[in-house]
Design a protein around this ligand. Structure first.
Ligand code: ADP
Ligand code: MG
Length: 650
């Protein structure tokens, strides 16, 4: 961030990793596989790849460094390019879904774990790389877990075939070291000396009913007394929550005592320029308050935080194999995560962490978070594994997913027509095509079915929007106005066609930024959707698909959506017309669910008898998100078994 090269070099030399670089490099030279544990901020992610590169240890290949999060991969690559005084995309690059900023010269490549996994389909031996660094291993994302197995097999096979060896470095701040060490055949574990200062922990005396409210109260209590040069870091769960709290802080700050405040949000969907705000110093005498999602827990380091306010919650995707419902819910963090968060306050001086939960609550939490592979749908992963020529049942995983979940995923792939059989599965012609799209199998199925319904043009736009973050921007303080403006895009058919209307209008708007502002739309997310559409279109053209439009015949689009999303249907309780049950639905898997208040269908009377939803959100109640009205006979045509289940559950 506008730092001079010599300042960056000076900052580098201060990092714990840099100080022990010679010893580290020796170890890296000696071992094929090693585990490296070091406090967040010690320089693992930014320094180790650079040091290896400076020593030319990467040999003939390149260094891949994986990150579970897209933002982390991008910001870290930018930082490293700046430190190496080189342009991003040359020696240092990054590759995340729908964005590849690398060149044939790239030697240090930061990428999401999902991207490396995609590369592994085309080349399971990862021959492009001499060194693979699997970073943030403690996050245990499905992709990282699968990559553990991929690199293990690749190492073995490369050595058997006498190809150049593959070095593997697993890095993390905290980790369940024993299971990792065992999994990697007792490889050496190196602990970096941390350079941390004491952090005083305060717990709430009483259980907090509303952590968001508690967070705002705590911020202002501390703000009134803490010295102005103390910056705060507050952990929240997501963009909307961050925006709400930010608004509240700005309102209260007008009346509050204490120094001036600068609030900086930090979440995955934030435009890069705004993310960088977080690393800029506030003017002297101004307090910086950073409102961050889990990303600030370990993936990125924010310097000079004296005070952490931890809500103790995280948004987590879980999946119930029995109901097939994918849910995004707010859950308590693990003890390890609580310590990580608290540790953010002690990087550059002694600090304090205020936990908005009681000490008893803390002690009752599990030590580590459940690995994602044990709680997530695996259809997409299974498809990748099968495409990479791996037999899912013998693949070495650190934790074996529940048999139910594997079975459900394989059965979905079978229903989608991607594999020929659930035992010893092989990809069908359709499945092979599906695996070339970097999106969920149910979405790639929609695209592949689209020419049949004459609507590939529309399907591409719709899937692109569905693959992006929320395109509507509804600021707290202008809610009503935003909702009014949104009316003009609403379709009585539901949210999918509404989104399509938004995307079409955006594509035609001449001054896009201004237009988005006037229409309460998120310019960045819509621009991203356009890029995604380009990428998906390129894949479709490679597959010789014909792009045609169905014009205003939107029924076609919805029928086509059903081809991939038939598992996400719901029928009205008690059948159509049942006045008492109006608006109450039950899904094909038998779960009760309601229309989300933000749905375009909310105002429709009478409520449609059958629905197609994109996601099921469980926050106390189950809400169907991004929903369209469908005709029951459409489902009957596409997936009779699901139509039968829906009728039976009703
Ligand atoms: P680790 O991976 O061990 O957690 P990193 O290599 O990510 O540590 O970060 C090392 C240091 O580099 C951090 O303490 C931070 O001060 C600095 N740093 C990292 N990323 C940025 C950035 N984008 N802008 C400014 N400083 C950064
Ligand atoms: Mg790191």
């Amino acid at each position: 961030v506008n730092e001079k090269p010599q300042d960056l070099q000076e900052a580098r030399r201060q990092l714990p990793v840099y100080m022990v670089r010679n010893r580290l490099l020796e170890e890296i030279k000696k071992h094929d596989t090693m585990i490296l544990i070091g406090e967040t901020g010690s320089g693992k992610t930014t320094q180790i790849p650079q040091l290896i590169h400076e020593q030319r240890l990467e040999g003939a290949g390149a260094i891949a460094v994986t990150q579970p999060r897209r933002v982390a991969a991008i910001t870290i690559a930018l930082r490293v390019a700046a430190e190496m005084n080189t342009e991003i995309g040359s020696i240092v690059g990054y590759s995340v879904r729908f964005e590849d900023v690398t060149s044939p010269r790239t030697k240090v490549k930061y990428m999401t774990d999902g991207m490396l996994l995609r590369e592994a389909i085309l080349d399971p031996l990862l021959k492009k790389y001499s060194i693979v660094v699997l970073d943030e291993a403690h996050e245990r994302t499905v992709s990282t877990d699968v990559l553990f197995g991929i690199v293990k097999l690749a190492q073995k096979e490369r050595s058997e075939k006498k190809l150049n060896p593959l070095k593997v470095i697993v890095m993390s701040a905290t980790m369940d070291v024993d299971s990792f060490k065992k999994y990697f055949n007792n490889c050496p574990v190196i602990y970096l000396e941390g350079r941390t200062y004491p952090v005083t922990i305060y717990h709430s005396k009483m259980k907090q009913e509303d952590y968001q409210y508690a967070a705002v109260c705590t911020i202002f209590q501390l703000h009134a007394t803490a010295p102005a040069n103390h910056d705060f870091l507050v952990f929240l769960t997501g963009q909307e929550e961050i925006e709400t709290v930010m608004y509240n802080i700005k309102q209260i700050a007008k009346e509050a005592t204490g120094p001036p405040i600068r609030v900086c949000p930090l979440y995955a969907g934030l435009p890069p320029a705004k993310q960088l705000q977080v690393w800029r110093d506030a003017p002297p005498g101004t307090r910086k308050i950073i409102l961050a999602t889990n990303i600030a827990e370990a993936s990125v380091t924010i310097p000079r935080i004296q005070c952490v306010i931890d809500t103790g919650v995280v948004k987590e995707r879980t999946w119930s194999g029995s109901t097939g419902a994918e849910r995004l819910s707010v859950r308590a963090t693990s003890q390890a995560a609580c310590w990580q968060r608290a540790g953010r306050a002690g990087r550059t001086q002694a600090g304090a962490a205020y936990r908005l939960y009681t000490a008893a609550d803390f002690r009752a939490r599990p030590m580590h978070q459940t690995p994602e592979i044990l709680r997530c749908p695996l259809a997409s992963t299974m498809l990748l594994l099968i495409a990479a020529g791996v037999e899912p049942s013998t693949f070495p995983l650190i934790d074996t997913p529940p048999p139910d979940s594997v079975k459900a995923s394989l059965s979905l792939l079978k229903e989608l027509g991607a594999i020929d059989s659930e035992v010893n599965p092989k990809l069908t012609v359709l499945g092979k095509k599906m695996s070339t799209f970097p999106i969920e199998p149910k979405y790639s199925k929609v695209l592949l079915c689209a020419p049949e319904y004459n609507c590939l043009d529309e399907a591409l736009s719709l899937i692109a929007v569905l693959s992006s973050e929320n395109v509507f921007h509804t600021p707290m303080h202008k809610r009503e106005e935003a909702i009014k403006v949104k009316q003009k895009f609403l379709s009585p058919l539901g949210d999918h066609i509404t989104l399509l209307n938004v995307f079409k209008a955006f594509s035609k708007a001449p001054l896009k930024k201004q237009w988005c502002k006037e229409n309460y739309l998120n310019h960045k997310n819509l621009t991203y959707a356009c890029e995604v559409r380009q990428q998906l279109l390129a894949i479709c053209l490679k597959l010789n698909m014909t792009v045609t439009s169905c014009g205003q015949a939107y029924d076609q689009v919805l029928k086509c959506l059903l081809c991939g999303l038939f598992t996400n249907c719901a029928w009205q309780r008690g059948g159509a017309g049942g006045a008492r049950a109006a608006g109450r639905y039950v899904t094909a898997a038998g779960a009760a669910a309601a229309l989300h208040p933000a749905s375009a269908l909310q105002a429709l009377r009478p409520p449609p008898p059958a629905l197609l939803y994109t996601e099921l959100l469980v926050t106390g109640r189950s809400y169907m998100l991004t929903v369209s009205a469908i005709q029951p006979q459409w489902l009957q045509q596409v997936a009779p078994e699901y139509a039968r289940r829906c009728r039976a559950n009703r």
